[in-house]
Design a protein around this ligand. Structure first.
Ligand code: NAP
Length: 450
């Protein structure tokens, strides 16, 4: 397969879009400026200051040659001046699908910082570079992407341009949702396919709410093995499927769809994935008292699974207690587990924590970019010794909730465990075979860390 190279001026979006594209295709990403810095142990500014532009261009040429010659298909973001040397442009043209990101200079000037870009000292220089390089970019490119709207639109456009160059044969799977720019699923599943020697592909596809039915019908006849489902489709996909397993029906959410002989079957591997991640560190639900903070989709799945797996009790605390009550009545209809719905107030959290062996945060509180966190973590002090605090959030890897829990001596687990385990369970369904979970978990974890 050819590599995919995004070229264009500094600040045209090569690195940010390139990283998203690589994540969406489950491919490695190489920023050639970063490669040059790694290779020389110097920042680009320092290379220019100490040795001049020619030295940097020599390093850049070596890095371009090395990365484009690598056998592993890679998304590549070269520096803005890579096309100045004809041999670099030739290497890109021969070994990559090249896309010129054409972003208006005014937009670039508004967005970029100039500190780490030695050839740029202001918008005037950007215009000079545009004049000098535009024809070279156009000459090297297979496609031109007008990058003047948001990253989601640009990513959609890139995926369309690349369609003919992406693999179609072998086991084909996808994850659908909207937004989908930050998903880790392709990285996880491609790592599993690689480790299992499965020839195939897994990619992220943005499916807006109004296009779900059309996607489902397209998938039915597509030859794909199946797909994963994320926000906002987990519930609304159920009526579009031919059958849905009992567990997924109970929690009203499907995250995995298997396609066989044109029939679509829905499963929920989130619930089992969370349990597997807890079991992997010595905590099952059976006989335990569980407290769940939040009353959304993940909380509902966790609460049903805990009750069905023989938990002693399940407390569900939501900021809107009526949602917790609704989950509790659903659980009471199918299990004899004691369920305590309530409000996510400090008093009720402290009270529930006092009885809990496992406390699970199933809200976005503490998540990077969520803009909100627990106002107080004092309720953690009520937990019995030896309790486990599990945060379904995995960005950041250690939330304030988990840090405080660790400081107080409790066991902790972040949401990466659930994310990886639900993907491995989905792969068992897609590939129709048992997987060596612990071994694959390690491989995937390593890939994500990279
Ligand atoms: P959801 O259906 O939107 O539910 C979110 C829940 O959090 C709702 O009960 C919501 O209350 C509550 N909430 C939101 N903001 C809050 C705040 N500021 N204070 C108190 N409660 C708040 O989302 P979900 O799918 O259940 O996901 C919940 C969390 O789990 C997210 O952080 C998600 O990233 C994470 N997750 C992780 C994995 C994984 O694999 N690790 C998988 C699924 C989900 P209202 O109902 O009142 O809005």
């Amino acid at each position: 397969m050819k590599h995919i190279a995004l070229i264009g001026l500094s600040g045209s979006g090569k690195s940010s879009l390139g990283e998203m594209l690589a994540r969406n295709l489950g491919l490695p990403f190489a920023d050639l400026d970063e490669e040059a810095e790694r290779e020389t142990g110097m920042s680009i500014r320092r290379m220019f200051d100490l040795h001049g532009e020619r030295f940097f261009r020599d390093v850049e040429t070596g890095v371009t040659r090395r990365i484009t010659a690598s056998p592993m298909q890679t998304v590549i973001a070269p520096g803005g001046g890579v096309v100045l040397r004809p041999e670099n442009a030739r290497a890109l043209k021969e070994r990559c699908v090249v896309i010129f990101l054409d972003r208006p200079v005014g937009m670039i000037a508004r967005d970029i910082t100039y500190d780490d870009r030695p050839l740029l000292t202001g918008a005037g220089h950007l215009l000079d570079q545009e004049r000098e390089r535009r024809a070279l970019y156009l000459d090297a490119a297979d496609f031109v992407l007008q990058n003047d709207s948001g990253p989601s639109d640009a990513l959609d456009e890139l995926m369309k341009m690349l369609d003919d160059f992406l693999p179609k044969s072998g086991t084909g799977c996808a994850v659908i949702g909207d937004p989908i720019t930050h998903t880790l699923s392709p990285v996880i599943h491609m790592a599993v396919f690689g480790a299992m020697d499965v020839s195939g592909w897994y990619r992220a596809v943005r499916v807006p709410a109004g296009e779900l039915r059309a996607f489902v019908e397209m998938a039915r006849g597509s030859g794909m093995r199946g797909f994963n489902v994320t926000i906002p489709h987990k519930s609304c996909i159920i009526p579009l499927l031919d059958e849905t397993e009992e567990g997924a029906k109970l929690c009203g959410a499907v995250n995995t769809v298997v396609i066989k002989d044109g029939r679509l079957s829905g499963f929920n591997t989130d619930m089992g994935g969370l349990l597997s991640s807890l079991v992997s560190i010595g905590f099952g639900y059976a006989g335990r008292n569980i407290t769940i903070l939040g009353a959304g989709g993940a909380a509902r799945g966790a609460a049903f699974k805990a009750a069905l797996e023989g938990a002693e009790s399940v407390a569900i605390l939501g900021r809107r207690p009526e949602k917790a009550h609704e989950i509790a009545s659903g659980i009471r209809a199918v299990s004899s587990c004691r369920v305590y719905p309530g409000e996510m107030s400090h008093r009720e959290m402290s009270h529930a924590a006092g009885e809990s062996d496992i406390l699970i945060n199933a809200t976005p509180l503490g998540m990077s970019g969520a803009g909100s966190d627990f106002e107080s973590l004092e309720f953690l002090r009520s937990l019995p010794r030896g309790a486990l605090v599990c945060d379904l959030v995995y960005r950041p890897a250690e939330t304030n909730l988990l840090r405080a829990s660790r400081d107080l001596g409790y066991e902790t687990q972040n949401g990466l465990g659930m994310l990886i385990h639900q993907a491995l369970l989905a792969d068992e369904l897609f590939l129709e075979r048992r997987l060596d979970m612990p071994a694959l978990y390690k491989i995937v974890e390593g890939k994500i860390a990279k």
